[in-house]
Design a binder for this molecule. Structure first.
Ligand SMILES: [Zn+2]
Length: 302
């Protein structure tokens, strides 16, 4: 599905949510109606250059996780921020990582799962940067940036998924014989600065919270900043299709898209993360400050 089509489907989902909350002609509008109208209009004007009250021109970003325009723009920005944070690193020090956190019945649960994971990731890295008996220097050089991707399938089509996916989902505790209806797969794509820690340490670390972890080296034939931007631009992509076995795809149902879009309205526009490197921390003593902040709309800097 191309970007235009994706945008159109999301807009349709917003229309449907607005209509549902308009109260069907009754005098009372339902809770969340104004919010839905506001989100729809932000989404519609995303990427446009608007004139501010002070007369200067600003690009308007809707900052919705469901927006393909924002996803690419902010994903690329995240990539260049990570690359800039470790100017001396070689492309060899990086890996692309895919983590599957779990399967949940509602998209809201996937956002919750992602936020809980993001918070515990920050805490775990912070702990390793301070604790004795651990490779503190290695952990101070560790960095990661990435974002959430939601995959979706219907339990009834489980056997049509690729065999790899079937095995992974079963390993995550999913039982197709007992489950029903839509399933949402909380997936994280990230660019990881492995540095001196090595793949095994980082993989084991990630496996503490994400049962399925896949690490892969970068393509050598590309400029590093460019590939960092590409990877994170891709990681943040908005894809409203389910991939079945043999690469066959089917678009999400209008119901699935509407429940996803409704869930993003509660998400405050944030679905990325960034664990940053503070190389100066190696020299000073009090140092390993956990700078926690947001590079809107997605990442947290830990
Ligand atoms: Zn947008």
């Amino acid at each position: 599905m191309n970007k235009k089509e994706t945008q159109y489907k999301i807009l349709q989902a917003y229309d449907r949510i607005v209509e549902d909350r308009a109260g069907n002609g009754r005098a009372e509008r339902l809770h969340g109606y104004e919010q839905a109208v506001r989100h729809r209009s932000k989404f519609e004007s995303c990427g446009r250059v608007l004139t501010s009250p002070y007369g200067c021109e600003v690009t308007h970003w809707c900052r919705r996780p469901a927006c393909p325009t924002c996803a690419t723009f902010w994903g690329r920005k995240l990539g260049s921020a990570l690359a800039a944070a470790c100017p001396d690193a070689a492309p060899d020090d990086y890996r692309m990582a895919t983590l599957i956190l779990g399967l949940v019945p509602r998209p809201e649960d996937a956002f919750d799962q992602f936020w809980a994971w993001r918070r515990s990731l920050g805490n775990a890295v912070d702990y390793r940067r301070r604790a004795a008996g651990i490779d503190r220097a290695g952990w101070r050089g560790f960095g990661a940036a990435g974002s959430l991707e939601l995959d979706q399938f219907e339990t009834e089509e489980f056997l049509r998924l690729g065999t790899n996916k079937q095995a992974q989902y079963r390993a995550l505790g999913f039982e197709p014989e007992r489950a029903r209806g839509p399933q949402w797969v909380t997936t994280v794509h990230a660019l990881v600065h492995v540095g001196t820690l090595g793949d095994d340490t980082v993989r084991t670390f990630f496996q503490g919270a994400a049962p399925v972890v896949h690490l892969q080296g970068l393509r050598e034939d590309k400029d590093f900043i460019e590939s960092a931007e590409d990877i994170l631009g891709y990681a943040a992509k908005v894809s409203l299709v389910t991939t079945l076995s043999g690469g066959e795809t089917r678009p999400w149902s209008p119901d699935a898209i509407a429940s996803y879009v409704a869930a993003t309205m509660q998400s405050h526009g944030r679905q990325g993360f960034k664990v940053l490197i503070r190389p100066t921390g190696l020299r000073k003593k009090s140092i390993v400050e956990s700078a926690l902040g947001y590079l809107e709309p997605m990442p947290v800097i830990i």
